[in-house]
Structure formats: structure tokens, C-alpha cells
Ligand binder design. Structure first.
Ligand code: DGJ
Length: 369
């Protein structure tokens, strides 16, 4: 009995630290905030601002519709999170695009030095329309915790051709009902802009998304477009509130969702997922020397048991840890579509095989490991 108590005390001290604060990541386990409530910030992203990390994510209830909005939590050490409230609330106005019952997914926040504003972008689906609208919404705040004010939504880059298109691909859309999906001629057509042309006049589809701010403060919006078949990397205007019209297509017909982007030693990296709804699948990774490509596919970054299902999770963000050399955290969601509020988080350290990112399962780890 005495031995059991000593072991329990050692385990608690090891995992929670001396002040009762958790000092380790435990991927897939319940993660409580400082009030003792399971963190509710799904499809999330992080912002580092003046000594604090802010974690923004979808408030999920039992189903996947937005009934509250985007939650924000704050931490100094990445283990212990204090809830700071609802950063962007759904609207009670039935005419608002973000009315309660819409879909708000994968919110990301970046800080704009020129305007001194915090800018949030998220995937928006209009109430009652399933996933048909495929829009991205933008909101703004004076402080990292909000309240953010909703500005508008976009189907991006209306009337603009991707920078990586040849002139002879830039033709009007001609519907070809005999073109069979996944056939060789169809792949060729998708690469040469079948869906870009179809959506050229109304703006492109934008679903799963992330944001990336480069060293020169230029910001990019990366989204799954073209029926979730092809990723777009699009430049944002200097105030981060609209698109400049400069964009490229990436991995045409590659079915990439859940994009993340980060930079290491001057190279750009992406980790994404495949496209299987709420079910996990094998992750993918890409590398490029320029944000505008060419992007080299590096395959599944996961190794070991569970690698083919990303350890039962789907990417959402990659964080470069402040003040620690070469430390990147891969953040992912372990969705629970039967009870969304019980979705869990899988955070893993990125390891490297030369310049290839590697993810390996760890049941418990910390930044000092
Ligand atoms: C997969 C996406 O990554 C999620 O964000 C969500 O949109 C689901 N699909 C919906 O099925």
C-alpha cells in the first residue's frame, strides 16, 4: 500500500510538476484548462504575443455546427491553459453570415504590425447549406483575446489566374460531362485549371485553411480549394484583410486537407492530411525553397505504429516554439464525430531526418526531452 502511494506521488509529481501544473504533453488524453474543464479549441492554431501563447479553436458541442464561436486560451508554457473566453462569437442575427448554426472551422489568428490589429481567418459555411458555400471569413480585434469583429467572407481570387498557370491554360470554362473523375484526361484537366476556370468569375472555393506569416511580414492564406482537390497558397494584402490576387495551385487533384505551414532554415514546409471527412488518414508533407513553389512532396512524415492514420488524428497547425532552437510542435485533432465536444488533441514534436520532417508517437513528452 505504502509503495503504491509513493509510486502515485512520483507519477503525479512527474506529470503535474510541483505547483500542481501539468508539465508534459499527453497526446490523445483529456486536456483540462485551469478551471478543470476539457479544452474546447478544435481545428485550432496558435499565436505567440508578448510572452504568451494564445490557442484559438472551434468551440464544439455534440454536433459540428457553430453554436458558440471561436474560443481562446492563454498559456506561458504550452502545458497549462487558461480560458480567456470566446474570441469570435456567433451572431444571434439570423441574417448574419456567422449566425448560430453556421459552420466555423479551423480559425487562425495573426498579428499585423502595421495596423496593430489581430486578424482572424476561418473556414465558413453558411447556415443550412452544408459545405456548399466553401468560403473563408475574416474578423479583426485590438487585442489577442478579442472580442473579434466579423468583417466579411470571401471566395478568394475572383477573376484572377494562378501565377503557376501557362497562358494556354487560361481559357474559358467549357463543361465536359463525359470527362470521368480520376481518369488520366481528368487529372490533366484539373492540373490545367478545370475547377479554377469553373469558379473564375465567382471566386475560388476555400475550405480547410491555415495562415502563415513570413519573415518579411507578408502573410499567406493556404486553403483546400477546387472541391478539396487542390491546395491554393494566396497572398494577403498588407493589412491581412483581403487577397492581393497572387496565388498558386499546389498538388492538383492530390486531395489535401488540414494544411499547416512552417519555415525552417530558410525552407518552407507543409504537413497536410488526405480527405476522408472526420476519419483519420495518412498525413503528407511537402518542402519548397520559395513559398511560390515548386513544392516537393516528401511523403508521409509519420513513422512507426499508427503512422498510416497519423496516430488517429488530423493536422491543424505547426508551432515554432519561442526561444528554443529548432523545436516545432505538430498539432492535430483526434475528432469524435459522435460527440464532437470530446474530440482530443495530439501534439507531437517534429523530428528531422536530414531535411525531412518526421513524426513518431509519444504517449508523454515535454519540451526538455
Ligand atoms: C475534414 C476537415 O478537415 C474538417 O475540418 C471538417 O471540415 C470535416 N472534414 C468535415 O467533414
Amino acid at each position: 500500500m505504502k509503495q503504491c502511494l509513493i509510486t502515485l506521488a512520483l507519477v503525479l509529481t512527474f506529470s503535474w510538476g510541483v505547483q500542481g501544473q501539468k508539465k508534459a504533453f499527453e497526446p490523445g488524453e483529456l486536456w483540462l484548462d485551469t478551471d478543470g474543464t476539457h479544452i474546447n479549441a478544435h481545428g485550432g492554431g496558435l499565436l505567440y504575443d508578448q510572452g504568451y501563447y494564445y490557442w484559438y479553436g472551434e468551440h464544439k458541442d455534440h454536433n459540428s455546427l457553430a453554436q458558440v464561436g471561436v474560443n481562446v486560451y492563454r498559456s506561458k508554457d504550452l502545458y497549462t491553459w487558461e480560458k480567456k473566453g470566446v474570441a469570435l462569437a456567433v451572431s444571434e442575427d439570423p441574417d448574419s453570415e456567422i449566425t448560430s448554426g453556421c459552420v466555423m472551422e479551423r480559425p487562425k489568428v495573426i498579428y499585423n504590425e502595421k495596423t496593430d490589429k489581430y486578424v482572424m481567418w476561418f473556414h465558413l459555411e453558411l447556415k443550412g447549406m452544408g459545405y456548399a458555400a466553401a468560403k473563408t471569413g475574416v474578423a479583426i480585434s485590438d487585442t489577442p483575446v478579442g472580442p473579434f469583429e466579423y468583417i466579411r467572407s470571401y471566395n478568394p481570387n475572383k477573376g484572377k489566374w494562378p501565377m503557376n498557370f501557362n497562358d494556354d491554360w487560361k481559357k474559358d470554362y467549357v463543361e465536359n460531362p463525359s470527362l470521368e473523375w480520376w481518369s488520366d484526361p481528368w487529372y490533366k484537366e484539373v492540373k490545367e485549371g478545370l475547377f479554377v476556370k469553373r469558379d473564375f468569375n465567382k471566386g475560388q472555393m476555400a475550405r480547410d485553411m491555415t495562415l502563415f506569416v513570413d519573415d518579411d511580414n507578408k502573410a499567406y492564406h493556404i486553403y483546400s480549394s477546387e472541391e478539396n482537390l487542390t491546395l491554393h497558397i494566396a497572398e494577403l494584402a498588407d493589412d491581412y484583410l483581403s487577397f492581393t490576387g497572387k496565388y498558386i495551385t499546389l498538388a492538383p487533384a492530390g486531395h489535401n486537407e488540414a494544411p499547416t505551414m512552417f519555415k525552417r532554415n530558410g525552407s518552407y514546409y507543409m504537413i497536410t492530411s488526405g480527405c476522408t471527412g472526420w476519419d483519420p488518414n495518412a498525413a503528407r508533407s511537402f518542402k519548397s525553397e520559395s513559398i511560390w513553389g515548386p513544392w516537393e512532396p516528401l511523403g508521409n512524415p509519420c513513422i512507426g505504429e499508427g503512422a498510416d492514420l497519423t496516430f488517429n488524428s488530423q493536422s491543424t497547425y505547426v508551432l515554432k516554439v519561442e526561444g528554443v532552437e529548432d523545436r516545432y510542435i505538430f498539432m492535430a485533432d483526434r475528432w469524435n464525430p459522435k460527440n464532437h465536444i470530446d474530440g482530443r488533441y495530439v501534439w507531437l514534436p517534429i523530428q528531422w531526418d536530414g531535411d525531412r520532417p518526421i513524426l513518431e508517437w509519444k504517449g508523454r513528452w515535454n519540451l526538455e526531452d
